[in-house]
Design a protein around this ligand. Sequence first.
Ligand code: PLP
Length: 351
Amino acid sequence: MLESNKTRISLIIEVLADTIDKTKYKNITHNNKEKQRIIINNSVKNMAEIRLDKIWMNNKLTDWDKANVHIMTRALHYGSSVFEGIRCYNTKKGPAIFRLDDHTKRLLESAKIHRMKIPYTQSDINTAIKQTINANNLKECYIRPIIYKSTGGIGLNPLNVKTDTAIAVWSWGAYLGADAIKTGIDVKISTWTRIAPNTHPGLAKAGGNYINSQLAKIEAIEDGYAEAIMLNTNGSVAEGSGENIFLIKDNIIHTPKISDSILPGITRDSIIKIAKELNYEIKETTIPREMLYIADELFFTGTAAEVTPIRSVDKITINKGARGPITEKLQSAFFNILKEGKRPDWFELIQ
Ligand SMILES: Cc1ncc(COP(=O)(O)O)c(C=O)c1O
């Protein structure tokens, strides 16, 4: 998905303005890293400017400016929310939501893990998502349904606190930068360990989990990297702050298994299926940290990041420091499916 020209121009102006402020980047010597960090900082700035027409809130399309919560909203204090990140693509067959059922299934499973009950079925939420996209006249967008503990008690027992549901949509380009899809990104291993099944459940996409992810992301950006790779409590590779990871070694594709403290990504699942169809051998397995450094290819997957190659880890160049041939094949098969709307079972047309 391309960013609009206007966004690109304002991005370039901001990059130039920020570059003049040399003191801000005094610790960074590598030009590309500097550029990457500036672009990422700017995409964060652009996020702050999002404003659309309508948000679906508790079964009502509400004006964007009126879709507010009270300061005593429990989720604000304790992170008690579950949410999804979904994309709608303007495919050749028309605007269509990618793997909608799989996303809303995961949403309701996250709610189940956290014992949140809502008065909507999966089909109600699917319909509401389509309604929200249409109400905002979007053909391509990012979709954020969220179920959260709202008001009615601030003690630690959430069971009797009201549970609200909302859906926001907005246009969102390539999360890790449009160029990153081709050139790859520089990442570091985070000093923050990924949450474990006996701390808080990583299979649920819960708001509170992202305190952990944000610490990793902040550290990576402050240190001049685009993203972090988090290890689990056993010291094995888990995932990025908001992406799953794949490693290719000797033509075999590896990815951490579900029990390695990962979110079971829907893009991860799509890439596994595509790789199998292309006859690659794929192993869901434990990956030791050092295997990253000697990988032939590495890439991240995620709804926001789509398929983004990794060109270095902890300043160790991965192979030739460029997108590898298997990554490129998988990426192109994935993007082709998105563009063409092929595999109708993966798309839900919105009109
Ligand atoms: C922590 C984490 N891991 C992995 C992913 C990738 O999951 P998906 O492909 O379903 O977007 C995400 C994004 O939702 C995430 O937040």
